[in-house]
Design a protein around this ligand. Structure first.
Ligand code: SAH
Length: 189
């Protein structure tokens, strides 16, 4: 891999290959909205996105980017923790989502005390298995520099290893975050 290229760019390149107009996608950590906007662009026209964050400030920033791009109507913004996403996303989507992205840590430019946490992240990953379609993509960008970040990244990696029968993962290392980019292969009934 080209080590100069930020992993945030690599995620977008991989998602652009995975998604098509009309698809359903989920951003589990809207943050400043870069990933939500990218997902909305990839699934348009005809597709739809659910995006989650616990902070008004993050959802306002995300809404602003979507309005500017003319894509606000294609996205459901939820001020809900991603650990409740299965409940929030309509049953018609269950098993029919093409991609779910997580960008862990704290809101850049925001309160560094409000971060994702291993327990709720793992709960959301469990729910992602029910939401994704066969062949769907689960992408997790995990930062290790802030308190609790390295433990959260380790917990996510262990969880992915425990689900290796269903999730085929590529690990992209960098001096900062690690990107875990996985494809779901649902076991046949
Ligand atoms: N660290 C990344 C950005 C992460 S943004 C970077 O530097 O690019 C992570 C977002 O997750 C924040 O906006 C935060 O509010 C949000 N968040 C924290 N806990 C959450 C939860 N349980 N559910 C959904 N979003 C959450």
């Amino acid at each position: 891999m080209n080590r100069q290229r930020p992993l945030t760019h690599l995620v977008h390149e991989l998602l652009a290959l995975a998604l098509q107009p009309g698809d359903r996608a989920v951003d589990a950590t809207a943050g400043n909205g870069h990933d939500t906007l990218h997902l909305a662009q990839q699934v348009s026209p005809g597709g739809c996105v659910y995006a989650f964050d616990v902070q008004h400030r993050a959802l306002d920033a995300t809404a602003g980017k979507l309005y500017a791009a003319g894509l606000r109507d294609n996205v459901n913004l939820c001020r809900t923790g991603h650990q409740d996403m299965l409940q929030r996303i309509p049953a018609a989507w269950h098993g029919r989502v093409a991609a779910i992205t997580f960008n862990l840590g704290y809101l850049p430019g925001g309160d560094k005390q409000i971060t994702t946490a291993a327990t709720s992240t793992l709960a959301a990953l469990e729910q992602s298995l029910q939401l994704l379609q066969n062949g769907g993509v689960l992408s997790v960008l995990a930062y290790r520099g802030h308190p609790g970040g390295a433990q959260e990244a380790d917990a996510v990696q262990r969880w992915l290893e425990e689900h290796a029968d269903q999730l085929e993962c590529q690990v992209y290392e960098s001096p900062g975050p690690v990107l875990l980019y996985c494809t779901l292969h649902r076991p046949s009934a």
